[in-house]
Design a protein around this ligand. Structure first.
Ligand code: TC6
Length: 716
């Protein structure tokens, strides 16, 4: 709703009230329509201020309402009515003015903001465009270049930047409502024509800026509809009168609203918030577990991951002891880390990195910290050695975390004096940039340890997801069948390019082989060696540990082709460290020789089969994970894939995508592929998937409840 009050003198104050962010629900819109009418009719009122309750102007349209039929007054005429008022109307912006919230403010004649306010048009991140006139008013106010940037990226900007761009009329450090009241009193009676943005001309697109932008957004967000529609709306603004531009905006918005992509992106928005409210099968959650405050931490091992973790911690203001026992590595890290910290702080607009880092080669130096993150090589015996040492040098009560990407947390906990204080904190490279953090709880991890790691993740700006302790945890466990299928497809006749192109066309920023070249083929090789699947003494067959196995990636790696770092991998590069992948005749000759050696006849494989085999195998493992209670719900898996594995956000996440494709269809295709490849257990449909199909394929939002019920009745 919106409340109305008349301040002493002649100013009407309209306050939006819809906690927590004063989203423009039907009730709020109705409230605005009614109160604006009231201000208009009251002869004693000469000017109006619109503000939001509890220090937040407005977080935009109410996203929760998008799933149902549109009720209440629509936004566009409501904003037009405000713009048409013949008394000055000012938006008093505190906290946020986002999406429809900023569009409402653009309909006001003046905009005054608190210096800490954030403004933006993030509709594109929800699969929409600023469809309440924002795509037409903003370029009229700040020009095409700046509007294009804000609308196609959806980024939030500070009040200072908004003032510079011309979005705001005034920024204050004081009470913003008082300031706005004073402002409108001052301007009461002045002509308003030039303040009505819809009546101003839009600058024309003289340098074909928008054509160039279209090419760019199509490249950058492959397959995503909203960024393209945003540019189209700006093209309309630049070339058509306002009314026709608004018609185009409405037409584009309707198309986007009805697209699966908008539903997927809105689901992704809510899943990010759902995973923050973690709960464990034991019943532990934020409600009953308190996080410990952390001000001093240590990182053990200063390879790529360790360095990134040090920077991520230091950026939160935590003092970090960075330990590396190899002198050469320590010397390199002590040069590299401060530079990384400086760069990242600059990127985030922070002046001086607040944390203090001390470098050491001595493990004894961690004795005073409250939390340690071990980031040594992915080798269980080495990690066990480190944990044994830590438990003897750290003071009692220190949290011991491992950045392992898939090793058994419980085994590490078992060698410590307080197994309850051991959890996994699985970062993704580069650790100071990537948003995802898997917080891995073992059977003995205490709720307090999980809460502390989750809280620390939040402080570092991560999307932290609590996951169970199983090989590969959630992300890498699902990656295994995906990679496996990609290798099998090469055996059967596909080329690395064909596989990568199908996946990139789906929306992944990089296909599996390009990604493997980037991360280094030796990484996977070492993990397979640790699992006893490859290495000296392992027989070179295509069946290992009772299932089909492709030795292809081992052979490429063993040929010294480790990917970008050696200039050769699944592709060739200009040289070691090269970035541009080119098809390599060596790989094609190698694949042909391999097929001939194993009597495999190459067949032509369609992109549809590539997608089904890779994605459905990955999704099937997601169902197994839910069945095993290693993730609390499909949202957890989807957040992990969107934030850590490049799953295209406009497809929501693998589990959401399964629902979009249809669970029946996924089941049928898995059955088909498993029938053709009975020696591939990952293609055997999971029991949970079968159960969901049997009960009529409920929507993804209902799975959590269904799984819990099935578990109670021991159906899973
Ligand atoms: C019609 C076409 C034109 C217009 C289109 C639009 O405006 S599209 C919209 C364009 N606007 C945006 O894209 C802005 C989206 N919102 C944000 O970016 C952030 O929420 C924030 C920066 C406003 C606050 O961050 P923060 O870290 O302080 O808090 P938090 O993120 O944890 O959220 C707290 C609670 O508020 C909830 N909630 C939030 N916004 C909305 C909403 N619009 N609606 C409904 N609910 C919303 C959120 O789900 C959560 O609920 P829970 O889990 O407690 O039940």
């Amino acid at each position: 709703m919106a409340t109305y009050s008349r301040l002493p003198g002649s100013v009407a104050l309209i306050t939006l009230q819809n906690p927590p962010v004063n989203a423009l629900s039907a009730a709020v819109r109705q409230g605005i329509v009614d109160t604006v009418q009231r201000a208009l009719k009251d002869p004693k009122v000469t000017s109006v201020v619109i503000c939001g309750q509890n220090g937040k102007f407005c977080g935009g349209a109410d996203i929760r309402e998008f799933a149902g039929p549109m009720l209440g007054p629509p936004l566009v005429p409501m904003i037009h009515a405000i713009e048409a008022v013949d008394k000055p109307v000012a938006a008093a912006i505190e906290g946020v003015a986002l999406g429809g919230g900023l569009e409402l403010a653009l309909g006001c004649h003046y905009r005054i903001a608190h210096s800490k306010a954030l403004l933006g048009l993030p509709e594109v991140t929800l699969g929409l465009l600023p469809g309440a006139g924002g795509s037409q008013r903003l370029p009229r106010l700040i020009g095409l270049t700046a509007a294009l940037d804000l609308i196609t990226t959806g980024r939030h900007i500070s009040a200072a930047e908004a003032l510079k761009l011309g979005i705001l009329d005034q920024v204050t450090d004081n009470n913003v409502v008082d300031q706005a009241v004073e402002f409108v009193r001052r301007v009461a009676g002045q002509p308003l024509d030039s303040r009505r943005l819809s009546t101003l001309p839009c600058p024309p697109d003289v340098d074909s800026l928008l054509d160039k932008a279209m090419v760019k957004v199509r490249q950058r967000s492959r397959g995503a509809l909203a960024p393209v529609a945003c540019v189209q709306a700006l093209m309309a603004a630049a070339s058509l009168p306002y009314t026709q531009g608004m018609e185009k905006e409405r037409e584009l918005l309707t198309t986007l609203f009805n697209s699966g992509q908008a539903r997927a992106l809105q689901y992704a928005f809510f899943s990010q918030r759902v995973v923050g409210k973690w709960s464990l099968p034991s019943g532990a959650s934020w409600d009953n577990s308190a996080a410990r405050p952390i001000s001093k931490a240590a990182v053990i091992g200063l390879g790529t991951m360790g360095r990134g973790i040090v920077v991520a911690l230091a950026l939160t203001g935590i003092s970090v002891v960075a330990v590396e026992t190899q002198e050469k590595q320590l010397a390199e890290a002590s040069q590299a880390v401060p530079a990384m910290l400086q760069r990242e702080a600059g990127r985030r607009g922070l002046a001086t990195p607040p944390g203090v880092i001390s470098f050491s080669s001595n493990l004894q130096d961690v004795s005073e910290v409250e939390l340690v993150i071990e980031a040594v090589f992915e080798d269980m015996s080495l990690k066990l050695q480190v944990f044994r040492h830590l438990t003897s040098v750290c003071r009692p009560g220190t949290l011991l975390c491992s950045n392992t990407s898939g090793l058994d947390i419980d085994q590490l906990a078992a060698v410590t004096q307080s197994p309850g204080l051991v959890v996994g904190m699985h970062f993704f490279a580069p650790a100071h940039v990537m948003k995802l953090l898997e917080v891995v709880y073992g059977p003995r991890s205490s709720p307090e340890a999980v809460a502390t790691a989750m809280q620390l993740g939040k402080r570092m700006g991560k999307v932290s997801v609590a996951v169970g302790n199983c090989p590969g945890f959630v992300g890498n466990r699902m990656l295994k069948p995906y990679l496996e299928q990609a290798n099998f497809l090469l055996e059967e006749g596909a080329t690395p390019q064909q596989v990568d192109e199908a996946l990139e066309e789906f929306g992944f920023p990089m296909g599996v082989f390009r990604m493997s070249d980037l991360s280094g083929l030796d990484v996977g090789w070492r993990i397979r060696k640790e699992a006893g699947l490859t290495g000296p003494g392992v027989e070179s067959t295509r069946t290992r540990q009772g299932r089909r196995y492709s030795p292809l990636p081992d052979q490429v790696c063993e040929a010294g082709r480790l990917g970008q770092k050696t200039g050769r991998g699944w592709y060739q590069y200009d040289g070691p460290g090269g970035r541009v992948a080119r098809s390599d005749p060596w790989v094609h000759i190698f694949l042909e020789a391999y097929r001939a050696e194993h009597d495999l006849v190459a067949r032509s494989i369609a992109p549809e089969e590539i997608l089904e085999r890779c994605l459905y195998a990955l999704i099937n493992e997601g169902f197994n994970i839910l069945q095993d209670a290693m993730a609390a719900g499909p949202e957890d898996i989807d957040a992990i894939y969107v934030f850590g594995y490049g799953w295209p956000r406009h497809h929501g996440g693998p589990m959401f995508h399964a629902g979009q494709v249809g669970l029946g269809r996924i089941l049928e295709r898995l059955q088909h592929h498993h029938h053709n490849h009975p020696d591939v257990p990952h293609l055997k449909p999971s029991t949970l998937l079968r159960r969901l199909v049997a009960v009529g394929s409920p929507p993804v939002q209902k799975w959590r409840e269904f799984i819990n019920k099935e578990r109670v009745h021991s159906q899973l």
